[in-house]
Design a protein around this ligand. Structure first.
Ligand code: ARG
Ligand code: ZN
Ligand code: CA
Length: 241
């Protein structure tokens, strides 16, 4: 990349019902959320506790919707094995995955909000999948996952971020400025949420890479930014962007 990272985004919509055929406005609302969350211009950025304010980051990566691809389907749910990314399986093939973030909006099923592929995987399945019901900003219907943060979390994975608890008890997320978490947190914990991992400290439950409600997550850290930004420089796993 030369200069600022701007990620072209293609949204691939697979729909059986009218509700699953989300509108262009709904799709744009999701792009807007990503742009806010990745530039620290989200309206809840100011809620970050003073203890964590010094490591809170403006990731300074933006997103630009370049196309919407739509396809009707008879499938009631798509699961998490990438069928939605393959036209031979009734899905939609990704557009130019070395230079484009592909997002699939479809019914995933099993209560799954979204999933992502880490950098370095197959180009044919590169991108993120977000359940249509949790795609973009919505009022109350999809509460507590109604603020588009499923995509912020999944794009975090797509940019090489691990879960903040390191997917293990008091695990390691490979980021130095995120505190150790015992496990995933849910809901919207009140700060300070004291960890049971030692030494005694508060967990950063408001990080996008936890499992809290959409209203409970509103920051990335500088260490996470470093990890994400490294992908886009020459030699990085997403250097095509
Ligand atoms: N469970 C999903 C994952 O592992 C997403 C969690 C998103 N959380 C949210 N508040 N929207 O990637
Ligand atoms: Zn995750
Ligand atoms: Ca850490």
């Amino acid at each position: 990349v030369n200069g600022k990272v701007v990620i072209p985004v293609v949204v691939n919509v697979l729909y059986r019902t009218a509700a699953e055929n989300i509108s262009a406005a709904q799709i744009q609302s999701q792009i807007d959320v990503l742009n806010k969350d990745f530039t620290a211009t989200n309206s809840d950025f100011g809620s970050i506790p003073a203890e964590f304010a010094g490591v809170a980051a403006n990731v300074d990566i933006t997103f630009e919707l370049t196309n919407i691809v739509r396809k009707s389907t008879t499938k009631t749910s798509w699961g998490t094995r990438d069928a939605m990314k393959n036209s031979k399986k009734g899905g939609i093939n990704p557009t130019s995955p070395t230079t484009t973030l592909n997002i699939w909006a479809c019914k995933i099923g099993n209560g799954i909000l979204g999933y992502a592929q880490f950098p370095g995987g197959s180009l044919a399945t590169d991108g993120v999948v977000i359940d249509s019901f949790y795609f973009g900003l919505s009022s109350s219907g999809s509460y507590p996952y109604n603020l588009g943060r499923t995509a912020s979390h999944e794009v975090g994975h797509w940019m090489n971020l691990r879960h903040i608890w390191g997917d293990a008890s008091c695990g390691n997320d490979l980021v130095n400025d995120t505190p150790i978490h015992k496990t995933a947190n849910y809901g919207a914990p009140t700060y300070p949420y004291i960890s049971t991992c030692l030494p005694t400290h508060a967990e950063m439950t408001m990080n996008y890479m936890d499992y809290t409600d959409d209203r409970g997550m509103y920051m990335f850290t500088k260490g996470q930014k470093t990890r994400m930004s490294a992908l886009f420089v020459s030699g990085g796993a997403r250097a095509g962007f």
